[in-house]
Design a protein around this ligand. Sequence first.
Ligand code: ZN
Length: 137
Amino acid sequence: MSDHPCPCASGLDYQACCAVWHLGGSAPTAEALMRSRYCAFIRKDVPYLIRTSHPLLRAKVDVRQLRQSLSLEWCGLVVVAVAGGGPDDLAGEVHFRARFRHAGKEQVHEERSRFVRVDGEWVYRDDRGTLNRAASA
Ligand SMILES: [Zn+2]
């Protein structure tokens, strides 16, 4: 049992998991980066979210939208599918579902995020499709 389970649901302790990337390490895969960004939303680590966005996105990060996401109560992450994004890849896609509570109702944010490597580091590129809906169960 972990004393401080990582919010990304890896089953690892936070210190042995996303903290390594939040403190300046380079996430080795697109999935690790995606999990660490979900974790950064929970920890309201805005500098990390900006640092791990594609340089083209950094300048136009919508702070109001970001704050809105940060204010949500995130309550679970499931990685549905991963394509590419491995240690030897230059691009990858991670399909995930994140549960959150808003106005007393549990909802699901489902997204297919695209990640690319820039100067060797994985960064979030864009979103190939987002679906928000009420949690079914
Ligand atoms: Zn983690």
